[in-house]
Design a protein around this ligand. Structure first.
Ligand code: HEM
Length: 502
């Protein structure tokens, strides 16, 4: 080949490469300049190093001190915006609710868990999600309406059962871990509403279900290795095998629940959410409504019901355990709650969750626990559904959105001494002022179970303190306020002893 031609060709190629790289570099700088501020991201790894070794909510809150209300990050290849203040939450999740309500694209764990079906929590915005949210919202609203005999009876029965368990544990005089007893009564309220089932005190089925829920939550929240390296699913990875075994058990259990319901359902009488959904399914079959039939497949009903059951138990139980921890650490508030309960309840000591306004001290303590302990410190991740702007910054479609609830609950511009447990802040609050407070999220994806969760937390915390003071066993350190954090914030295991109030 002619050497002059070769020279020219090489020069041209070099020129094209230099031009392309310079263009890509300048273009990415131009695009980056439009995005919210954030730490410099490394190729491939992104900002994982800045988050490494710290709890996610702490790392994000630290970054907000440098970069402000909105922080732009890269997690591997994923673009992420973190929303750190109530102000920014209102501008995004509330005023641009539709744009900010997607869920991130699925990963292997979620894909395998859902199979051919859809749930609520992981589903993207669309007619199907709207349809499912509406059914569950109407169902739960109808259950929690004042004067509903069914829920009143369930709450009364479970409060009685809780009192009985506490009495036995108090008499034994031994320190105990309250987790299972709390989870059982919480589960029994939810289960009776949702799937007409109640677990006995010693019930292997209940313990199995708790273990399954724990395993599924662990895998979903902290990413299984197969999420990062999907082809590993074809190899005998122990955590993946265990996860799939838990899913199979969960699916069997739910299939059995649906089968039992079908065998015993009576026309026109809905016993629970499962019946309500089965009736809708039958109606869709009768009218040949193929769209609704697709949305009401057995697989979808199973996912939705189990999600409410599992997610509801986990978050509500953790909230009550955090309440116990803060009460042990602040006995002066236990005494104030006791006085309030004594003056307002009858000898049963069971406060009515339909009358929470009459117990301002107990309510203030619960609100403060939900603020400071923050059971879901970064909520569930969202995704932008289209390009948009926020505070003058460009936010591209498909950006993962993290609501830093923990940062918002500990924002020192909104809360005086945010790290101090002080229920007074909820006792003397000017109602026209907006709280920097969203334990249940906000906007289109706000928690569907917040009403029943608040009732349960109030009921069981009230029952406990109406008869007993709770203490830390002698010679043991106070339970830690630093929990095990992932997507949820779990208290570290702790033991308590009960002392009967005279
Ligand atoms: C104290 C207990 C609870 C707390 C602190 C809590 C908190 C939350 C939060 C922060 C979210 C995320 C909102 C978002 O994505 O922006 C959420 C979602 C959700 N919660 Fe709760 N929750 C609790 C109890 C419950 C209960 C008892 C149920 C069911 C009966 C429930 C059902 C749901 C569902 C289905 C979603 C997903 C909503 C969606 O994706 O559209 N939660 N919850």
């Amino acid at each position: 080949m002619n050497p002059i031609f070769l020279d020219w060709a090489c020069t041209l190629l070099l020129g094209i490469i230099t031009f392309t790289l310079t263009y890509v570099y300048l273009d990415s700088r131009k695009t980056r300049a439009l995005l919210p501020p954030g730490p410099r991201a490394l190729p491939l790894l992104g900002n994982i190093i800045q988050l490494f070794g710290k709890d996610l909510h702490i790392a994000l809150t630290d970054l907000s001190k440098t970069y402000g209300d909105l922080v732009w990050l890269k997690l591997g290849g994923e673009s992420v915006i973190v929303i750190n203040t109530m102000n920014a939450v209102v501008k995004s999740f509330v005023r641009q609710g539709r744009v900010f309500s997607g869920r991130p694209r699925t990963r292997k764990t979620v894909e395998v868990m859902l199979g051919d079906g859809h749930d609520i929590c992981m589903n993207d915005v669309g007619p199907e999600l709207k349809f499912h949210r509406k059914i569950v919202h109407h169902f739960l609203a109808s259950q929690t309406k004042q004067g509903k005999d069914k829920l009143t009876n369930i709450l009364h029965q479970e409060a009685g059962s809780f009192h009985q368990t506490l009495e036995e544990l108090c008499k034994s005089g031994k320190p105990f871990d309250p987790k299972f007893d709390v989870a059982r009564v919480v589960a029994n309220v939810l289960c009776q509403c949702i799937l007409n089932k109640r677990f006995a005190k010693v019930d292997e089925e209940f313990h199995t279900q708790l273990r399954i829920i724990q395993d599924i939550v662990d895998n979903i929240e902290s990413f299984n290795i197969v999420d990062m390296i999907p082809w590993l699913e074809h190899f005998p990875v122990p955590s993946w095998k265990r996860f799939k075994k838990s899913l199979a058990k969960k699916d069997d259990w739910m299939a059995n629940v649906l089968k039992e319901h079908r065998e015993t359902i009576t026309e026109g009488v809905s016993r629970d959410l499962v019946d309500t959904m089965l009736f809708l399914q039958m109606e869709a079959t009768a009218t040949n409504n193929t769209v609704d039939l697709g949305r009401l497949s057995d697989c979808n009903i199973g996912h939705i019901v189990y999600e409410l059951f599992g997610g509801g138990i986990e978050s509500t139980t953790m909230s009550i355990l955090w309440f116990m921890i803060y009460m042990i650490r602040h006995p002066e508030w236990q005494d104030r709650i006791y006085q309030e309960l004594k003056s307002k309840t009858d000898e049963s000591g069971i406060p009515s969750p339909f009358d929470r306004g009459s117990y301002p001290i107990l309510e203030a303590c619960i609100k403060e626990v939900l603020r400071i302990a923050c059971v879901l410190p970064v909520g569930f991740p969202h995704r932008t559904m289209s390009d948009t702007t926020l505070d003058g910054y460009h936010i591209p479609k498909d950006t993962m959105v993290i609501m830093n609830i923990w940062g918002i609950h500990h924002d020192d511009q909104s809360w005086k001494d945010p790290y101090v447990f002080n229920p007074e802040r909820f006792l003397h609050h000017n109602p026209s002022e907006r709280y920097s407070y969203l334990p249940f999220g906000i906007g289109n994806r706000v928690c569907l179970g917040s009403v029943i969760a608040k009732m349960e937390v109030f009921l069981f915390c009230g029952c406990l303190l109406s008869k007993y003071s709770i203490k830390c066993p002698e010679n043991e350190p106070l339970p830690d306020t630093k929990g095990l954090s992932g997507l949820t914030m779990r208290p570290l295991p702790f033991k308590i002893i009960l002392e009967e109030r005279k």
